[in-house]
Design a protein around this ligand. Structure first.
Ligand SMILES: Cc1cc2nc3c(=O)[nH]c(=O)nc-3n(C[C@H](O)[C@H](O)[C@H](O)COP(=O)(O)OP(=O)(O)OC[C@H]3O[C@@H](n4cnc5c(N)ncnc54)[C@H](O)[C@@H]3O)c2cc1C
Length: 421
């Protein structure tokens, strides 16, 4: 039987393993961590459970729904009610058609500029995110909301991004909807997903359980070298595994760093890949005294976090009785902040805004994820194609969010893995 090695036991690697097993093969998965899940993993501290970033499922894919349901039969189904913080005010999401809490001056500016938007015959022809935002929302809203948020979330200027990733992620209201949202707080929900699913127990990771059944996963096996000629991979501990087929869910820059004698165009494409890293700031609270929103976006620049959400609202089983929790996402280009800087510009700010009480805080945990989002700058499509084509030519097939180098939700990462078998 041919030897199949899968690098990484995140949801895409598990999906590949699951499909291979269904097809009668027995792959080996090599995972650097002591457990499976990757970005879908979670961690526990003193009875508080936290995911790695927000994580809900809103998949429409029947097969993914079936696997998630089999893995975690008790699912909590939330109706999304996200909010935003803008100039210290709470604004229903999406802000563009929920501007009621703003001053009359700002509402007027937004409506005026919305009316003056450049006329574009086909919005899909616009190649630059800043132009897309100006054409979609007018200058005032574009400059004060999404262009600011872009700097916090994507760590770059909107003009540095292309536009194909947008899809249905940003709501595009009519002028009537914008005006109505200025006049009343009573507006319909226009968030792109109708239902957000989350396992009652075990965190988001519980959705992955059936994928792992019967799989041969070698934990604590960090790959440091790949030899396409010898058809082998070597772990940091010195173990060598030989393969007939090699599937990798590892981030493309990591794979390139494990290979020798790369062609110049591949090296240059690798240098062009951009991505964000993220800090996870997890707050455990001894009361239930937190905002009632599952998650909220933060536009204000004096608060480093771009998004906050509540694990205890996702599931009450994520915290001990009577307690609550929040998790904040801070994006960076690299591990750049000290614990104190992060604490002062996130947790302290929430206390100053009376969003949480200092005396309620039991502990704050801060950790770092090197790979969060791939950045859709103008080079992304060419760079990732050059790299993936080269890897394929030397016998390395790549899957998942960082192997395909795409803005994949967990269901798309899972499918990316399942489809390779
Ligand atoms: C901020 C944020 C919010 C998100 N929110 C949602 C959401 O609400 N809903 C949703 O559906 N999706 C969400 N996602 C997307 C989802 O997390 C990903 O699509 C999915 O988890 C990616 O899975 P993967 O297997 O492709 O990659 P990963 O999860 O990164 O798996 C790769 C695996 O490879 C391992 N690995 C890395 N290097 C090595 C090495 N050298 N040797 C061996 N193993 C190695 C890692 O430890 C990891 O286990 C979110 C992502 C982010 C960043």
């Amino acid at each position: 039987m041919s030897k199949i090695i899968i690098l990484g036991a995140g949801i895409s690697g598990l999906g590949a393993g699951y499909s291979f097993r269904k097809n009668g093969c027995d792959p080996i998965l090599l995972e650097k961590n002591p457990t499976y899940g990757g970005l879908c993993d979670n961690f526990e501290i003193k009875g508080f459970y936290f995911d790695h970033f927000v994580h809900f499922s809103f998949t429409n894919d029947g097969e993914v729904k079936r696997l998630f349901q089999l893995s975690a039969p008790n699912i909590i189904r939330h109706t999304p009610n996200p909010y935003n913080i803008y100039n210290k005010k709470w604004i229903k999401h999406p802000a563009q058609n929920n501007l009621y809490p703003l001053s009359s001056y700002e509402k007027q500016q937004i409506i005026t500029d919305f009316r003056k938007r450049p006329i574009v015959s086909d919005i899909n022809q616009i190649q630059n995110y800043e132009e897309w935002l100006r054409a979609q929302y007018g200058d005032y809203f574009a400059e004060h909301f999404p262009m600011i948020y872009t700097q916090k979330y994507w760590m770059c200027q909107a003009r540095e991004l292309e536009t194909k990733w947008i899809g249905n992620r940003l709501y595009q209201p009519s002028i009537e909807e914008v005006i109505r949202g200025c006049e009343t707080a009573d507006t319909p929900v226009t968030y792109y997903a109708q239902e957000m699913c989350y396992p009652q127990k075990g965190g988001y990771k519980a959705f992955l359980r059936v994928l792992t059944e019967g799989l041969d996963i070698k934990y604590n096996s960090e790959i440091v070298e790949i030899s396409p000629i010898g058809r082998s991979v070597r772990t940091q501990k010195g173990d060598v595994y030989y393969y007939d087929r090699l599937i990798s869910s590892l981030p493309l820059p990591e794979i390139l760093s494990m290979l020798k004698d790369l062609p110049d165009d591949v090296i240059s494409a690798g240098e062009q890949l951009r991505y964000t890293s993220g800090y996870l700031i997890s707050i455990a609270l001894k009361t239930k005294n937190i905002p009632p929103y599952l998650w909220w976006y933060v536009y204000d620049e004096d608060i480093l976090a771009s998004r906050v959400y509540s694990p205890s609202l996702k599931s009450p089983y994520n915290v001990p009785e009577g307690c609550s929790s929040l998790q904040l996402e801070v994006y960076v280009k690299q591990d750049a902040y000290t614990y104190e800087e992060l604490f002062n510009k996130t947790v302290t700010r929430l206390v100053e805004l009376n969003i949480i009480e200092e005396m309620d805080i039991l502990f704050v945990d801060i950790r770092f994820e090197k790979y969060a989002n791939v950045v859709f700058d103008h080079n992304i499509y060419n760079s990732r194609k050059v790299i993936r084509d080269y890897l394929f030519s030397i016998g390395i097939e790549t899957i998942g969010r960082f192997g395909e180098w795409d803005y994949f939700w967990s269901d798309q990462s899972l499918k990316s893995g399942m489809d390779i078998a």
